[in-house]
Design a binder for this molecule. Structure first.
Ligand code: GTP
Ligand code: MG
Length: 452
């Protein structure tokens, strides 16, 4: 649908939460619900993302949704594995995702990665809803496949309903302890001021109609203006991963959030040193599930329009950075685009001090998030880089003249064997973790031990 000459792009929905709380299962459930009656559009698999068109959402949501209330084309879901920091998902100084679903296992409650996700949602001011998952594990549950929440709750015994309510109120309490006012989604009037909690089961599909309805409503109501973009303009995106792919060499997994990218485009990509300027050799999408047995896992496409996940194959991508911007040059001077990418990288760049600790992280976004956390804790950083812990990092750490600074913090990266050996030889402490605040806590503890 058009809006004052502009197109409406698909909102990007990040699915976040602690390991094993059911993010992927929830998306699997939505993917498995595609109706193959020719009328409903198909759900498409992208690189790192799943596009669910409005008619499929409307099919799943049934009577909860009147599709004529919406003119956004659907939702693009990004699955973020629990060990992978949501902070990677950044764009132009903000969050890449327009909205988010925070998945919480109702039995397990809030866990370290739930808290970390909350912290980043707060920082980036990303609107979100909470999917209180695994409601089917409530003792005495009587599952009602694929039904809306209130309908399934009505079908439960009083005891099961009470147990569930107790668990749900714990979730609401945890949100409130973390500074978010929250309630069951059906009682929320203003989703900007209050977090809606949607009870769901990724196993039975209960509450999934509600979740999609709430996400669609939230996007339509608060996001629509941001979604009005020129979808024929030069593409802009964020690198999720830099990956070796057989037959294609180094490739980029990218989420495109603006414009279009074509196979004959020149692109500028943020990298370790100067931005890379290169030509797209191929744009790749996963093949439909039905064809997955064929030899080739990918299908080559001529163009991809935002919002979408896509794998870009091009020469010279080895130094590209996860979390860095990707820009299509089309119709503008190349230097202008290079300058834009440089400015964006400079914006993320961590301020370093003459004395301090060494920080390594998996992506630019996570590096930025750790630097923020360390800044708040008043811990200076001497070197901050994306990549595994290497011998030169140990060399830098060992030049410190304060034992508090003879430290490397490693977030979601490997410690290379020779680096580990050298760290041991030179008595450099290496802390590894995949939760930012835990990393900062570990360092704090170490410092108080030294000072004792
Ligand atoms: P990571 O990607 O590792 O962070 O985990 P995840 O959040 O994607 O969790 P995943 O979907 O892999 O689910 C973890 C386990 O929980 C699996 O064994 C699922 O079958 C189970 N599970 C997920 N959702 C539900 C649910 O609603 N009910 C029940 N009973 N089990 C569930
Ligand atoms: Mg998963």
């Amino acid at each position: 649908a058009a809006d004052e000459g502009n197109d409406l792009r698909t909102p990007i929905v990040a699915v976040l939460g602690h390991v094993d709380h059911g993010k992927t299962s929830l998306l699997d459930k939505i993917r498995g619900s595609t109706v193959i009656d020719g009328e409903a559009g198909a759900i498409t698999q992208h690189i790192g993302a799943t596009a669910v068109p409005l008619d499929v959402i409307s099919d799943i949501a049934g009577s909860l949704i009147d599709p004529s209330d919406f003119d956004l084309p659907g939702l693009l879901f990004i699955d973020t594995p629990g060990h992978h920091s949501f902070s990677t998902l950044r764009s132009r100084g903000g969050a890449l995702a327009d909205i988010a679903v925070l998945v919480v296992d109702v039995n397990d409650g809030f866990q370290p990665q739930t808290l970390e996700a909350l912290d980043i949602l707060k920082r980036t001011q990303t609107p979100f809803v909470v999917a209180a998952n695994k409601i089917d594990t409530t003792p005495g549950w009587n599952p009602q496949e694929d039904t809306p929440t209130l309908q399934t709750i009505e079908a439960q015994s009083e005891r099961a309903e009470n147990t569930l309510n107790q668990r749900l109120y714990e979730v609401i309490g945890e949100l409130s302890d973390n500074g978010f006012s929250a309630d069951m989604y059906w009682r929320v009037q203003d989703f900007r001021g209050n977090i809606g909690v949607v009870p769901v089961s990724a196993l039975t599909g209960e509450g999934v109609p509600d979740l999609l309805t709430v996400l669609m409503g939230l996007s339509q109501r608060y996001m629509k203006e941001d979604m009005a973009v020129d979808l024929t303009g030069p593409g802009a995106g964020t690198v999720l991963e830099v990956k070796d792919e057989r037959g294609f060499g180094t490739t980029l997994d990218v989420v495109l959030y603006d414009g279009v990218i074509r196979t004959d485009d020149t692109v500028v990509v943020g990298a370790k040193n100067d931005p890379i300027v290169t030509e797209v050799r191929a744009l790749l999408q996963p093949r439909p599930l039905a064809e997955i047995r064929t030899e080739k896992r990918f299908e080559q496409v001529d163009a991809v329009t935002a919002a979408a996940g896509v794998k870009i194959a091009a020469p010279d991508l080895d130094d590209a950075l996860a979390g860095a911007p990707v820009r299509v040059v089309r119709g503008r001077p190349e230097e202008e685009v290079v300058a834009e990418v440089e400015a964006e990288l400079a914006d993320i760049e961590v301020d370093t001090a003459e004395n301090g600790i060494v920080v390594k992280a998996d992506t630019l976004g996570s590096l930025e998030a750790i630097a923020n956390a360390l800044d708040e804790a008043e811990v200076p950083i001497v070197r901050a880089e994306v990549g595994d812990v290497a011998p030169r990092d140990v060399a830098v750490a060992s030049t410190a003249d304060d034992p508090k600074h003879e430290v490397i913090l490693a977030f979601n990266v490997e410690v290379l064997p020779d680096a580990a050996q050298q760290a041991e030889d030179r008595d450099i402490r290496v802390f590894s973790d995949d939760v930012i605040y835990q990393l900062v806590d570990e360092y704090d503890e170490f410092v108080s031990e030294i000072e004792r």
